[in-house]
Design a protein around this ligand. Structure first.
Ligand SMILES: Nc1ncnc2c1ncn2[C@@H]1O[C@H](COP(=O)(O)OP(=O)(O)OP(=O)(O)O)[C@@H](O)[C@H]1O
Ligand SMILES: [Mg+2]
Length: 338
């Protein structure tokens, strides 16, 4: 079994394609962008690339461009000399230097500020730079992998991402589809996470029945594999299937019981008492309101997930004002779940 098969679980054609790409790219040193929704396994794929490359015994350095304040990101990446700015009491090497001979993984590359994108482009072209406040040339040999859950091509159209940087990074494109598009992977993932946990906890193994797996296969899994792993852990520790089922049902706009497909209202509408038995049908006006609200909720939620909850970008994509978007988020009770 290769390291790629050990790390990346799943037999769907989508995952097999990803695994094939990983094994081909790992020997190439070509820059790659790994894309896909939150929780699909982008970081795991980056690790698989590194661990199957000739750089595997060298550092794998991750930089989360969204988590580091933009004014600090430059010094984090390229390091600084003593006195480069107030508070720089001694020199510090940047992540590029730390990753020398290894791999640098630029997570959430779509959140890199435009000003830094131009420096980044230059570094990728020349493979040398100087630390902040420094004159000396630093040369590095790093494999640059990047990840994003944004649609970078759309960001380019919106002027939020530099096209030239995109082409420089995106020599190889690895797209990981969301879990709902590869339900065949659910069962092996459930058993994989189950086995991992079994080694840690001492209690009878929770039984993932056919019914449970069937509900899982119908779930939209907005948090993808990460969400599935959390649900498996919770079930193994607490065994509260009824509660988990209710939650999965509530988070699903289409109704995972499938009844909506047969022309019935989703189960959750009946169960949460929003509709009383004598009030069998809602008014046309009410139906319209709900349909619009549901559509808005889905669209806004997808854009927020795509942009990693960057509300400014989301407002731009949705062509509404920032204020209007904040109002909608509140009205539709959208919450960040990660
Ligand atoms: N194919 C897979 N096999 C085994 N574990 C997986 C797989 N895909 C994802 N995971 C696990 O799911 C979790 C989320 O994966 P990861 O952190 O790589 O996602 P991500 O795409 O980087 O998410 P985000 O966009 O939120 O940063 C991790 O615990 C990871 O190990
Ligand atoms: Mg990640």
């Amino acid at each position: 079994m290769t390291i790629i098969d050990q790390l990346l679980i799943g037999q769907s054609s989508a995952i097999r394609k990803v695994k094939n790409l990983v094994s081909q790219v790992a020997t190439s040193d070509l820059n790659a962008i790994i894309s896909g929704e939150s929780g699909v396994g982008k970081e795991l794929v980056a690790q698989a690339l590194h661990l199957s490359s000739h750089r595997k015994n060298r550092p794998f350095v991750k930089v989360n461009c969204a988590a580091i304040p933009s004014e600090l990101l430059e010094s984090e990446l390229f390091g600084y000399e003593k006195g480069a700015f107030t508070g720089a009491e001694r020199a510090k090497e940047g992540k590029f230097e730390i990753a020398h001979k290894g791999t640098i993984f630029l997570d959430e590359i779509g959140d890199m500020p435009l000003s830094l994108q131009s420096k980044m482009l230059q570094v990728l072209q020349d493979l040398h730079f100087s630390r902040l406040g420094g004159k000396e040339d630093v040369r590095v040999d790093c494999w640059v992998l990047a990840a994003t859950n944004h649609d970078l091509e759309q960001d380019i159209r919106l002027g939020l991402f530099r096209e030239d940087l995109y082409y420089r990074l995106n020599i190889i494109k690895i797209y990981i589809p969301p879990l709902r598009e590869r339900p065949e992977d659910i069962e092996p993932l459930v058993y994989y996470f189950g086995r991992q946990l079994e080694e840690k906890i001492e209690r009878p193994l929770f039984k993932f029945t056919g019914e449970i797996l069937e509900v899982f296969r119908r779930c939209p899994w907005p948090g993808n594999v990460r969400e599935l792993r959390n649900v498996v852990s919770r079930l193994m520790l607490l065994g509260d299937w009824d509660a988990v089922r209710q939650e999965l049902l509530a988070s699903d706009p289409a109704g995972i019981d499938g009844s909506e497909l047969a022309g019935f209202p989703p189960l959750r509408d009946i169960e949460d008492g929003r509709r009383s038995p004598e009030q069998k049908f809602p008014s046309l006006k009410e139906t319209k309101r709900r349909a619009v609200q549901d559509a808005e909720r889905r669209l806004i939620a997808s854009v927020l997930i795509e942009t990693g909850w960057n509300r400014k970008k989301a407002a731009k994509i949705l062509a509404v004002s920032y204020k209007a978007l904040l109002y909608k988020i509140k009205e539709l009770k959208l919450n960040r779940t990660d």
